[in-house]
Design a protein around this ligand. Sequence first.
Ligand code: HEM
Length: 509
Amino acid sequence: MEAPSWTPFAAAWFTILALLLFSKILRRKKLNLPPGPKPWPIIGNLNLIGPLPHRSLHELSQKYGPLMHLQFGSFPVVVGSSVEMAKTFLKTMDVTFASRPKTAAGKYTTYNYSDITWSPYGAYWRQARKMCLMELFSAKRLESYEYIRAEEMNSLLKELFKSAGKPILLKDYLSTVSLNVISRMVLGKKYSDQSEDSIVSPDEFKKMLDELFLLNGVFNIGDSIPYIDFLDLQGYVKRMKIVSKKFDGFLERVLDEHNARRKATENYTSNDMVDVLLELAEDPKLDVKLERHGVKAFTQDLLAGGTESSAVTVEWAISELLKKPEIFKKATEELDRVIGRDRWVQEKDIPSLPYVEAIVKETMRLHPVAPMLVPRLAREDCKVAGYDIQKETRVLVNVWTIGRDPEIWENPDEFHPERFVGKNIDVKGQDFELLPFGSGRRMCPGYSLGLKVIESSFANLLHGYNWRLPENMRPQDLNMEEIFGLSTPRKFPLVAVAEPRLPLVIYSL
Ligand code: HEM
């Protein structure tokens, strides 16, 4: 019987495939890779990663050391878990590791990597960062929006007064204030207020942002094993498509309204960040054209980046204090001494409140919002600490582990703000033992805004209210577990009770 006509082709294909596979194995054998667990076929080391990946990687790094090599499905991953490794990846060799891996989240939720967070290293991303530095987050612009932050802080403090003495879900209040601040700065108004021209209800908008944030941080199996991507085993891609469709409807309306206003007014001056972006999109001198979908992607990045992270940090800070009343006492003593009891804390007061600042740093040490930062990608083959790192390797810096390194921190698991008092350790990317905002080229561009919102809302929550747990709940009952997404919030949102501690007249100011 004659062999079918496709047999020689199939045989040739098999040979090529086998040769490719063999040469890949040989090449890998020759490489001097960092230590790490032995990978299984297809899944690699994914079997070792639990629901809290930073904790799984922390455990593994205790065994394999501060530079560790793993295989997530088809992709090599290296994890840096020490100050020295953080410095290597984010400073010494920053430019080599300045790209981001391609993920389903970047593709489906950020207009095919057109935002800042997921766009690959290159001219488009460099231009985006320049816009952040010069336009969106310049000291002048942030200062010009200070009145917005003050107004929104004030309404938070008034809302809390209305609920005084009753158990509340603190995070709801905190995310409302950060969402309002960021909406007014980015969009010019609270598009999600209860007025009739609002596009979505505040609850719906918060749900959309929560979903976006979660989906940008989840461990999507298809990102590691691309040939089963189409199965969408966890259903994440479906959810990404749904949430990005909702966002697109919202952003289209926002851009149309902004454009209409710009056209209707001669010599229009930009009021908010969307105005600034639309103006830049019309700039013929721009190196890379900023298209409409780019404006939408940037806008969404700013809304998402600015809302969740501050709320999560302040919720952790209050939770830690509820377990340690002596810290409360010390902080309120400082507030009474520096601010007095006849006014609220303003942003300019923060440098005079070293203990409050120390509590915020201690919270960011133990509860970094992004415990492994955002993954980076090796742009070329290179060597780190004598080991080979291949191009396209994904790089994680485990700041969660660094924040608990007993070589750096005394009693690392203890919440002890005093460790920062009188010390020159900051969170601005220069001190590699404390990197809640990352460092280097990809460092968070919104860090100074984020810090302002966190520090002033936290200081005012302490200044204006005594906090306690609901009746029948003891500090030792407070569960401090977290869940993993792009941010790492408490697993069980904090329920607490606020009691006013200033003269009543202050609450009506
Ligand atoms: C409030 C606390 C905040 C924390 C803890 C935080 C944390 C981070 C971290 C860890 C990264 C990744 C850094 C890296 O890869 O090395 C990042 C990136 C980023 N953050 Fe933030 N962030 C905060 C607030 C904000 C705000 C207020 C905005 C904007 C309004 C923002 C926008 C961004 C953007 C666009 C990126 C991507 C930068 C890039 O890839 O070039 N973040 N942030």
